[in-house]
Design a protein around this ligand. Structure first.
Ligand code: NAP
Length: 425
């Protein structure tokens, strides 16, 4: 008798959980995904010019096509099926729903037109159906990106790359048009702490020094001579490398490049300025307390993501995650990835979560002859839900690849209705 497991979500954490479960013995795993498309942040979050990172989709495809695994897209837990119904039908349920929402800055003026959280903005340029209609107003010469993480750097890079640099990407058409039409010349990356505390990884930071028409600008006075403090060797090495890269940027002549990314540190946002729409941002120097107003037409807080409660599952609103003890949320209910740990870590960080949860499920939820996948199928048919199978997804994938611009890997479908139309016979 197979162990039946429903995994809610189909991003990296979901696939690593499915893979780990496959390794434990006979299983029937259903990946239940709200969108018609799989892969979560690999499709909707990873930057369109980081196609090498997206290659991991190949191994997820192998997992999805393994005996015992099914993908059920276009099925939303809480809308099409209740979590309790899944918990009754399967031996175990795993929440792998990530952190799809933006955290708020919590400052005055945040509700002005022209403030776009990073989840929305990244979702927009990646063609995520939830954000395809965002239509950010980029009719401005200056954009401020708040935060010193990899998401902030992704956003800055996508905004300043030339059309030629974006040819071999899957940046969606409407975003390419808006970015290319924008008079943008200056992107300000604002860190509330110093260059040593910045969270971007060195490969991503170095990329900012290799852009065709954009100069990275750093004030040498912001850079300390050494990395001070007690920390693991690995962290020290990352910080030393970042500092060395920032020193190179500070020493560079900007030349005649048309765009600039300004790395500014020790500045805390205190107010977004303007009338109905953004005209600037007030920053406070965290060392001197002095205030600085920067004129800009858009502010993109890239200050970390937030998980969304799953109807019927425990949720810790303060920490914005499913409270769990090493992956176990409640009897038969588990969590992996960002809904388990919060929005930190790279794709590979999800692998150990999958291993832990698979071992725990095997030990704690012996197969109990529950109706499992058959029960879910029956419910979804009765409710008239158009389930998108993995074979259906491959049709959407093929349609996207077939219509790609020269050099690009695909032309993304950004509307659910178009995705469903692509799979109709
Ligand atoms: P992150 O790495 O946690 O960075 C968030 C940044 O926002 C930090 O600099 C943080 O500063 C700042 N911040 C938080 N609250 C703030 C506030 N109220 N005001 C001003 N600044 C604030 O998060 P992320 O960039 O969203 O990335 C999430 C995870 O995905 C990370 O682990 C990241 O490495 C990973 N990722 C990786 C890649 C890649 O490998 N290429 C690409 C994208 C994302 P403090 O440090 O002071 O808190």
């Amino acid at each position: 008798m197979p162990l039946t497991v429903a995994i809610v979500g189909s991003g990296p954490s979901a696939f690593y959980a499915a893979e780990a479960l496959l390794e434990t013995g006979e299983v029937a795993v259903d990946l239940i995904e709200r969108l018609p498309t799989p892969f979560g942040l690999i499709r909707g979050g990873v930057a369109p010019d980081h196609q090498h990172t997206k290659r991991v989709e190949k191994s997820y495809t192998r997992i999805a096509q393994s005996a015992g695994v099914r993908f059920l897209g276009n099925v939303e837990v809480g809308r099409d099926v209740a979590l309790d119904e899944l918990r009754a039908a399967y031996d175990a349920v795993v929440l792998a729903t990530g952190a799809p929402l933006d955290r708020a800055l919590g400052i005055k003026g945040e509700d002005k037109r022209g403030v776009y959280g990073s989840a929305a903005f990244v979702g927009w340029y990646n063609g995520h159906p939830d954000f395809a209609a965002l239509a950010p107003d980029l009719n401005t010469t200056a954009v401020v990106v708040i935060g010193n993480g990899n998401v902030a750097i992704d956003i800055a890079r996508v905004l300043v790359k030339t059309p030629a640099e974006m040819t071999e990407t899957d940046l969606v058409d409407y975003a390419a048009r808006a970015i290319n039409a924008s008079p943008l010349t200056d992107v300000y990356m604002i860190g509330r702490r110093g260059p040593v505390e910045a969270k971007f990884t060195n490969v991503e930071l170095r990329e900012m020094g290799k852009l065709a028409d954009c100069a990275p600008l750093v004030d040498a006075a912001d850079l300390p001579a050494t990395v001070e403090g007690v920390m693991p060797d690995r962290d020290r090495r990352v910080r030393e490398r970042n500092l060395a890269t920032l020193r190179e940027f500070a020493a560079q002549e900007p030349g005649a490049r048309r765009k600039r990314v300004h790395f500014r540190f020790f500045l805390k946002p205190v107010e977004i300025l303007g009338g109905a729409r953004v005209e600037g941002i007030r920053l406070e120097n965290t060392r001197t307390g002095g205030k600085l107003d920067l004129a800009c037409g858009a502010v993109i807080p890239a200050i970390g993501y937030r998980s969304q409660p799953i109807p019927g599952a425990p949720f810790d609103a303060a920490r914005a995650l499913a409270p769990n003890e090493d992956g176990r949320v409640a009897p038969g209910l588990y969590a992996v990835g960002w809904i388990k740990r919060g929005p930190l870590g790279v794709i590979g960080s999800n692998k150990p979560d999958g291993d832990i949860v698979a071992k725990r499920i095997r030990a704690e939820c012996p197969p109990a002859n529950r109706p499992g996948p058959a029960a879910l199928d029956k419910l979804l048919i009765a409710r008239g839900v158009r389930v998108v199978s993995f074979a259906d997804w491959l049709k959407i994938d093929a349609a996207e690849r077939a219509t790609a611009a020269p050099g690009a890997p695909r032309r993304k479908c950004t509307r659910i209705a178009d995705m469903l139309a692509a799979i109709e016979p």
